[in-house]
Design a protein around this ligand. Structure first.
Ligand code: ZN
Length: 312
């Protein structure tokens, strides 16, 4: 039984409109679902990804309007690494980001920048083993489109090896490096994902621009077995929770990072035409009766893709 890479990452934003402008208009991801936080339905939950919202491409945000900016610290993810195809793609993005007033920092095989909330992002040349999970955007040539999430780095929240057994024996990561205040792991099945720790520099504050949790991708038929295995490793794991687009379990791992394990199915086309994903506000059944209030309360949000099916 193996995890098939990362499923999604979930962050906090103070501004849903800025979120759509940055991730859909500028970075060219597709807004694939416009729903609410199931546990706090007066807040948006927005999902971005490739054309289908494939696991491995998905970035999601809870909008807490006006939330104070936070910053990553011990036990929190500080950088999300997004794939591109080549160094030429990094040239393309260096120019596009600079033109948008977000001048990035170029390094070997890397382009670092921050989003409007201060979230750390890095474009990296993707692992050639990974399939390219692209979205379509009229200003972004397909060969330069983002290709999915390649990795993430967190500040350690405990000694570096505190979760080594959990990662390697229970979850199937391989340790690839340790030393100099860093530890690196590779999760490698059909989709590969690099997971790393840096020494903490400051105490973290959860808020806008911080990562809430990371979800790993389980094949549907393995999900119950993953729950048992994580519980047997001594983690306090939640029961299986139905998130409408996938099933989930959650546990906080020894470094302090909130881990989720999510299934492939049913996916984002379960309640919308695949050509029109993310165009209408979708509410989970238990909150459908709140629709009139929520439609008044939530900031109106236009999906840049609305009205056109594929492309714009
Ligand atoms: Zn999640």
């Amino acid at each position: 039984m193996k995890l098939d890479g990362m499923h999604h990452l979930t962050m906090i934003t103070a501004d849903a409109r800025a979120n759509v402008e940055f991730y859909a208009d500028l970075l060219g991801l597709r807004l694939v679902k416009k729903t609410v936080n199931f546990d706090a339905p007066d807040a948006y939950h927005l999902y971005f990804g490739d054309e289908q919202g494939s696991p491995g491409s998905i970035l999601t945000w809870f909008e807490f309007t006006g939330a104070a900016r936070g910053h990553a610290g011990a036990g929190m993810i500080h950088t999300i690494q997004l794939g591109v195809d080549s160094e030429a793609s990094l040239d393309f993005w260096e120019e596009r980001l600079a033109a948008a007033g977000q001048p990035p920092q170029r390094g070997p095989g890397s382009l670092r920048f921050a989003d409007y909330d201060g979230l750390g992002l890095e474009l990296v040349v993707a692992d050639p083993e990974n399939s390219q999970l692209r979205a379509e955007h009229p200003e972004i040539p397909p060969e330069h489109a983002l290709t999915g999430v390649e990795g993430a780095r967190a500040f350690a929240g405990a000694e570096l090896g505190a979760d080594a057994d959990l990662l390697t024996r229970t979850l199937g990561f391989s340790a690839t490096a340790e030393g100099d205040g860093e530890a690196e792991y590779l999760l490698a099945d059909e989709r590969r994902f690099r997971w790393g720790y840096d020494p903490p520099s400051q105490r973290g504050v959860q808020g806008a621009g911080t990562v809430h949790h990371i979800a790993w991708h389980s094949r549907d038929e393995d999900h119950e077995a993953w729950r048992r295995r994580v519980a047997e490793a001594g983690m306090h794991v939640t029961p299986v929770i139905d998130r409408d687009y996938f099933l989930s379990i959650y546990f906080r791992q020894p470094q302090g990072v909130l881990f989720e394990i999510a299934t492939t199915s049913p996916g984002f086309a379960v309640d919308e035409d695949p050509d029109h994903l993310g165009e209408e506000l979708r509410l989970p059944r238990q909150h459908e009766h709140l629709r009139p209030q929520l439609e008044r309360l939530l900031t109106p949000l236009e999906n840049p893709r609305a009205g056109s099916g594929a492309g714009r």
